[in-house]
Design a protein around this ligand. Structure first.
Ligand code: C2E
Ligand code: CA
Ligand code: CA
Length: 410
């Protein structure tokens, strides 16, 4: 017997935690979620899409499944039976068996390193590979963060900090970027670099984004109301909110955005959407639809960390984009590496040609501010102007800021 094709309807269970696994699946179409039992509840710890293999480890080492897998949408999979697999392995010569073992160890190691918190289905129970404990620790830590994060949202431990975005030509405040913070009662302030990837993986990011949008809408109104008119540009002041590609795959995303704006009485031009280019490329079709609807409503769209993740420039035409945010790694090495300077210049020229705006990120020195301004970049943000700060401080900033003299043109 060999492999066979199977179909699973959305919501159907492909395998259950604790079951003996006697086959693996290669997903050809659709997506699945990986769930584990925790305190009597099913907790999502990851998702897998077309091209992924699931359930292979339990099949290989004859241990119970360590996770439940459920179809997120209608799926078509290729089922590989253990018989078929064993027969091939048994028939293989010792050298090939050895190669397989090495590949599997590397595979686990790679997941632990690059993919931190993800548990590949079926992996953690095998004792014969030295990386299992490490993988399990990383995975359990992520599950704990995800669990605590859900509590944190309920207990008001999450807040947004705001970093001013400066119009470099006018030396005025154009808006703010909203950046999430977790004020943990014991651990203190936890960086979004730790908890956002976990929330993106588990899907909880969708709840976080909804919350962040609501809070940002309120902040945007306050900024507009309380700003010193001489410190701001003549364009509407905005709050730029970070989104994840999972938000866009949520069918109600656009309706949610629309109703949140309405509830808070915030105009679309007071909110900008930010998404990193690498996330965008994970689900280009659904992202495009969501972004186009938002754009049509009047919400400007920025590509975050521009220059760090793309494989092709053609996507710039594919998505409705208003602003490119030049990643801070280019800014950092701009003054010391001619290559980075050339890249920054090229990004600026690219934006000009495509009629897009530019924001330079991570400006830490006067020199960097001058360079990007003189190259024609409209806006920037960075510690040299201000660090992200709580709302009260940001409101003070917009009333009392003293623009740096150094940028006055003589
Ligand atoms: P990002 O969107 O690229 O945000 C910019 C990051 O650079 C922020 O880090 C900010 O504090 C930092 N930064 C700003 N100016 C400077 C500078 O001059 N020098 C240096 N070295 N850093 C600077 P933060 O706040 O730790 O956020 C990290 C990342 O977490 C963000 O990167 C974003 O990807 C993610 N994130 C933060 N808040 C949210 C959120 O509400 N939703 C989502 N989906 N992601 C968020
Ligand atoms: Ca951002
Ligand atoms: Ca960025």
């Amino acid at each position: 017997m060999s492999s066979s094709k199977k179909k699973f309807k959305s919501g159907a269970i492909l395998m259950r935690e604790g079951d003996r696994g006697d086959c693996a699946y290669i997903i050809e179409k659709g997506a699945v979620e990986i769930l584990i039992q925790k305190e009597g509840q099913l907790l999502q710890i990851g998702t897998r899409g077309a091209g992924s293999i699931i359930g292979e480890m339990a099949m290989v080492d004859d241990k119970p499944r360590t996770a439940t897998v459920r179809a997120l949408e209608d799926c078509e999979v290729l089922e590989l039976s253990r018989d078929e697999f064993s027969r091939r392995v048994d028939a293989a010569d010792p050298a090939l068996k050895m190669v397989m073992r090495v590949i599997m160890t590397r595979y686990r190691d790679m997941i632990a390193r690059t993919d931190g918190f993800r548990i590949p289905t079926g992996v953690p129970r095998a004792e014969d590979f030295e990386n299992d404990d490490k993988i399990r620790d990383v995975a359990l830590n992520a599950i704990k963060i995800d669990h605590d994060l859900r509590e944190a949202l309920k207990k008001d431990q999450l807040l947004l900090f705001y970093q001013p975005i400066i119009d470099l030509q006018k030396v005025k405040v154009a808006g703010f970027e909203a950046l999430m913070r977790w004020k943990h009662p014991e651990k203190g302030m936890i960086s979004p670099g730790i908890f956002i990837p976990v929330a993106e993986e588990s899907g909880f990011i969708v709840e976080l984004s909804k919350w962040a949008l609501g809070v940002s809408c309120e902040a945007a109104k306050q900024f507009e109301k309380e700003a010193n008119p001489t410190l701001i540009t003549d364009k509407p002041m905005f709050v730029s909110v970070n989104f994840s590609v999972k938000d866009f795959s949520d069918r109600d995303f656009f309706e949610q955005v629309q109703s949140t704006l309405k509830t808070h009485g915030t105009r679309p031009d007071q909110i900008h959407l930010e998404i990193t280019e690498s996330l965008l490329m994970e689900a280009p079709e659904s992202s495009k639809t969501a972004l186009e609807k938002c754009r049509a409503l009047g919400l400007p769209i920025s590509i975050d960390d521009f220059g760090t993740g793309y494989s092709s420039l053609s996507y710039l035409h594919f998505f409705p984009i208003d602003t490119l945010k030049i990643d801070q790694t280019f800014i950092r090495s701009m003054s010391s590496h001619e290559g980075s300077m050339v890249l920054v210049k090229s990004i600026i020229a690219l934006a000009r040609n495509l009629n897009m705006q530019l924001i330079a990120e991570g400006i830490e020195t006067e020199q960097e501010a001058r360079i990007v301004r003189d190259l024609g970049c409209e806006k920037c943000q960075g510690f040299w102007f201000a660090k992200p700060m709580p709302l009260e401080e940001a409101l003070k900033f917009i009333k009392n800021w003293v623009p740096p003299q150094a940028l006055n043109r003589s």
